[in-house]
Write a protein that binds this ligand. Structure first.
Ligand SMILES: Cc1cc2nc3c(=O)[nH]c(=O)nc-3n(C[C@H](O)[C@H](O)[C@H](O)COP(=O)(O)O)c2cc1C
Length: 362
């Protein structure tokens, strides 16, 4: 793990209520998938090319028409006001200033219109995407989509890996199932079926299917990113269905504990999609080298979840800014050391497995 991120993680741990720390850090079941995410990156090494004359590298990328200062965006995570009183607003400001995309969670403790407003105070063209769990009641999904559109979000990120809630061992042990008084999932307020001023619970449904995704696409002009895809056949299907991008993810190890690491699933998904749509990756990205390895394996960009929460808990907006600045600097440095001109300059042949005899490509 990058040293700056590791130090912020320790400061966050020292500051947070241990129950909230466990909520952020924990995974499902025996936390096998959670551990696999970082372990899979630790097994990868980068084979640099020499004398390319290509550098210094430019770490910027373009994604769904948005220019990002680096191939790192912020994956959706719930409840930022547990980490810091400024919560999602602080995150939004730091992400906007860093020039990348914030995917704000449907389970945010700040409503999406306030998140976009905070981002745009810093940068008027800041991109905020809205993460959505399709709700079993279509009227509720539609109200959430309209809320995201009205707030000026420029994409919807539909999380498809959660037909039911993951079983979070630490939360069960700690009895953490409700937000403390004064905090709520603000996007769930004033939705159809809820008494005025009250929030609805987020529902998960194993009955949702591709037909529901199609109905969503009929409802909105916003591009849809499908999050939580691991199987290459689902990736191909998503591209056929007109999804704008995929986010390969095991949900930070918080859903199916038997799932592989995202980066283990990435090459097959990238092959299945064959460049038709961008493929994003999250889970266990803790350094510029991790991000660059994912790019070389076919990702257009990577997402970070927990590192942003560490920065936020450690030092509010400045902590999030520190995480993003460090990742951008490292990506630029490592691309240059690898002899690449930009984020597209590395091939899969430049990622090898550590400890193998000879140099075994991924
Ligand atoms: C505390 C926490 C809350 C999360 N909340 C959501 C969420 O509301 N919606 C979602 O799609 N993913 C959620 N995720 C998953 C992240 O979007 C992302 O897939 C994961 O955190 C990436 O792994 P990383 O934390 O190792 O970077 C959450 C993850 C964490 C750690």
């Amino acid at each position: 793990m990058n040293g700056v991120l590791a130090a912020l993680r320790e400061r966050a741990r020292a500051r947070l209520d241990p129950v909230h720390w466990d909520f952020y850090e924990g995974g499902a079941g025996a936390e096998t998938a959670l551990a696999a995410n970082e372990a899979a990156f630790a097994r990868l090494a980068l084979l640099p090319r020499v004398l390319t004359g290509a550098g210094p590298a430019d770490p910027a990328v373009t994604l769904l028409g948005e220019r990002l200062s680096m191939p790192v965006l912020v994956s959706p995570t719930a409840f930022h006001r547990l980490a810091h009183p400024d919560g999602e607003r602080a995150t939004a400001r730091a992400v906007a200033a860093a020039g990348t995309v914030l995917i704000t969670s449907m389970a945010a403790t700040t409503a999406v219109d306030e998140v976009t407003a905070a981002a745009r105070e810093v940068r008027p063209d800041a991109a905020v995407w809205f993460q959505l769990y399709l709700q079993p009641e279509p009227a509720v999904t539609e109200a959430l989509v309209r809320r995201a559109e009205k707030a000026g979000c420029t994409a919807l990120v539909v999380t498809a890996d959660s037909p039911v809630f993951g079983r979070r061992t630490r939360d069960d042990r700690n009895g953490f199932h409700d937000l403390p008084p004064g905090l709520a999932a603000e996007n769930m307020r004033d939705l159809p079926g809820a008494p005025p001023g009250r929030t609805r619970d987020i529902a998960m449904s194993p009955a949702l299917s591709w037909a529901d995704l199609r109905r969503l696409r009929e409802l909105t002009e916003l591009p849809v990113v499908l999050k939580g895809v691991l199987h290459p056949a689902d990736a191909r299907r998503a591209a056929d269905e007109g999804v704008a991008a995929l986010l390969v993810s095991n949900h930070g190890g918080r859903q199916l504990d038997a799932a592989p690491a995202g980066v283990e699933a990435l090459p097959a998904v990238a092959d299945a999609v064959a460049g038709r749509i961008p493929v994003l990756l999250d889970g266990g990205v803790r350094s510029g080298a991790d991000a660059v390895a994912a790019l070389a394996l076919g990702a257009a960009a990577v997402g970070v979840g927990r590192p942003v929460l560490w920065g936020l808990a450690a030092d509010g907006e400045a902590g999030v800014a520190a995480v993003l600045a460090e990742l951008r600097a490292e990506v630029e440095h490592i691309l240059t050391l690898c002899g690449a001109a930009d984020c597209h300059g590395l091939g899969r042949d430049q990622v090898v497995v550590r400890g193998a005899t000879g140099v075994r490509p991924c």
